[in-house]
Ligand binder design. Structure first.
Ligand code: VTB
Length: 331
């Protein structure tokens, strides 16, 4: 009788990629971090894009960017549809946000990250760069605890009930935008607390699944690409999320039709946005609630990355000390 374990080749490759993608977000984060606090959003973003693209092209994958920096004609690097990788591995979809929180980086404020998600080919939602209405909570609650179409106060009360606490013990996180005034008022009326962020709602959604952040629920409107990235993270660590694209003009509906969106009013669950197994990685650029930012020492660069894998639900927090930092200087 054989005791050997058969590992499906595709899974073995994917496991290796877990570590490979850490290098990709690390490089992007270091490149952006060099431009922290310089007031140049575009320059920091471009540095992150260039570094991420270079590293992606070294990976043993046959990858296609499905969420990227824009359409081919407007973004020369990591555009939607761009092929990345050295083609020696599996066909994968890739969602990237080389610098999530460009303003946070330019102003050296907390919470800028370099992030990407990778999934089996054909399984990531091709979300256009439009707004998306989102609601998310962490793992451990019965399905149906939240509903994107229910009023915010009802969601807060249902979540409190499911958690076994009073609404006063619930904290909601939202982007600090005038468009959220009504939701914020409704949440506060229940007695719950509101935590406001200026940017960076990929991390905002993930905070709901991290006990130590004290965040229970994400509410409000953010970017659709960021929504798919956050859904990939929740697919790995658990939680519930519902989203709807905000396609309020014919131009946006047409653009999304071209990207394969059939029903413009569809309410997406995590499994609709990330239809297969996935990996998610994020490296801190500036220090935030989730990750430490890049630290430049005299002869070392330190990074912190979180990397997740949906097949096993494993979450790794990787603190790296980079000593061959002349390589990074070349970026
Ligand atoms: C969010 C946030 C991003 O865009 O998606 C937000 O995660 C939504 O757009 O970091 P508005 O800024 O227009 O509200 C960012 O803030 C990036 O601009």
């Amino acid at each position: 009788m054989s005791t050997s374990i058969t590992v499906q080749p595709s899974l073995a490759i994917e496991r290796v990629l877990t570590i490979e993608i850490v290098r990709v977000t690390e490089r992007a984060a270091v490149a952006a971090a060099r431009l922290r606090g310089r007031g140049h959003e575009k320059a920091a973003d471009q540095a992150a894009v260039d570094a991420m693209r270079r590293e992606l092209n070294n990976l043993p994958i046959d990858g296609t960017v499905v969420i990227g920096e824009g359409e081919m004609d407007e973004a020369p690097m990591l555009f939607i549809g761009e092929k990345v990788g050295n083609k020696s591995g599996p066909k994968v979809d890739i969602a990237v946000d080389p610098l999530e929180g460009t303003t946070l980086c330019a102003k050296n404020m907390p919470g800028a990250i370099a992030t990407l998600a990778m999934a089996e080919s054909g399984t990531l939602l091709h979300a256009p760069d439009v707004y998306m209405d989102k609601i998310a909570i962490g793992p451990g609650y019965p399905k149906g605890t939240i509903d994107l179409d229910a009023p915010a106060d009802e969601n807060i009360r249902n979540l409190a009930k499911a958690k076994g606490v009073k609404p006063e013990n619930i904290t909601a996180i939202l982007l600090d935008r005038p468009r959220h005034a009504d939701i914020i008022a409704a949440v506060r009326k229940t007695g719950a607390a509101v935590s406001l962020i200026t940017d960076g709602d990929v991390a905002g959604v993930i905070h709901c699944a991290e006990m130590r952040t004290g965040i229970d629920i994400y509410l409000g409107i953010g970017g659709a690409p960021e929504g798919v990235l956050a859904a990939a993270a929740l697919r790995c660590i658990g939680g519930q999320m519902q989203c709807r694209l905000l396609l309020d003009t014919e131009e946006k509906r047409e653009r999304s039709r071209k990207m394969g969106i059939k029903d413009p009013r569809k309410k997406y669950e995590i499994e609709d946005m990330v239809r297969g197994d996935c990996l998610f990685a994020a490296t801190g650029v500036t220090t935030g609630a989730m990750l430490s930012g890049v630290r430049f020492a005299k002869d070392m660069i330190e990074t912190e990355t979180v990397v997740m894998r949906s097949i096993t639900g494993t979450v790794r927090w990787i603190k790296a000390e980079h000593r061959q930092f002349e390589k990074f200087h070349l970026d």
